[in-house]
Ligand binder design. Structure first.
Ligand code: PGA
Length: 254
């Protein structure tokens, strides 16, 4: 049994005020029923978030981490700093980081290891662009992204990790992958990790991201290899996010 997992990736949205209100609403209304819920606010709101979430079942995550431990890296945030703010999770390799900030597979693998070294669980994002899908390269691209981390970190580093399959063309576009398209890739990811270690592959939580909403979450989460979601836009609204979380719980209970 894999515990359903739902994380909210707030990206660079909101204000200190709106972040506080969103967290308070989540803390007030979240009734854990089997799923693990994580919120990933911008770095500067982590301190507030840590205080608001104290004593609640909701866990805190960050959106990025430096591959370096410490030193002259202006603008970077180290894994030890995330630890200071009780971050249990960190997103690594999000396609926006890969595409807009030049993160390559090697960099992503180093970030993944910087997190796992400190016991912070990485949410490793992989996914193809529309161009790559149209060229029939989806599996090759996702496999390359996954292999870069598997080879650098070793399969045992995946024991506590979550993998997020996020087709780039589905992120923030309103165009969700069909449950069958997503399931096919989730299965391929599980098979790949399973080739390295069967038990770790079986237990690995693989979540889908890309325009998940309250209205389409249930059908995605009903697929056998989809263990929850990484939610962008819809995680900025407490009611929607809680609804999505409930869908994950229902799917997990079946
Ligand atoms: P979206 O973003 O839900 O707004 O499509 C998902 C993500 O980028 O993690």
């Amino acid at each position: 049994m894999r515990q359903p997992f739902v994380a909210g990736n707030w990206k660079m949205n909101g204000s200190r005020d709106s972040a506080g209100q969103l967290l308070e609403a989540l803390v007030r209304d979240f009734q854990p029923n089997g799923a693990e819920m994580v919120v990933c606010p911008p770095f500067v709101y982590l301190a507030d978030a840590m205080r608001t979430l104290r004593g609640s079942a909701i866990k805190l995550g960050a959106q990025n981490v430096s591959a370096e431990e410490s030193g002259a890296f202006t603008g970077e945030v180290a894994a030890t700093m995330l630890q200071d703010f009780d971050c249990s999770y960190v997103i690594v390799g999000h396609s926006e980081r890969r595409q807009l900030f030049g993160e390559d597979d090697e960099n992503v693998a180093r970030k993944f290891m910087a997190a796992t070294r400190l016991g912070i669980r990485p949410i490793l994002c992989v996914g193809e662009t529309l161009e790559q899908r149209d060229a029939g390269e989806t599996e090759t691209v996702v496999r390359r992204q996954l292999d870069a981390v598997l080879e650098a970190a070793g399969v045992h580093a995946f024991v506590d990790a979550v993998v997020a399959y996020e087709p780039v063309w589905a992120i923030g576009t309103g165009q969700t992958a069909t449950p069958d398209q997503a399931q096919a890739m989730h299965e391929a990811i599980r098979t790949r990790v399973g080739e390295a270690d069967g038990t770790i592959g079986d237990r690995l939580r693989i979540v889908y991201g890309g325009s998940v909403k309250a209205g389409n979450a249930a059908e995605l989460f009903a697929m056998p290899d989809i263990d929850g979601g990484l939610i962008g836009g819809a995680s900025l609204d407490a009611e929607n996010f809680l609804d999505i979380c409930q869908s994950a719980e229902k799917a997990g209970a079946n």
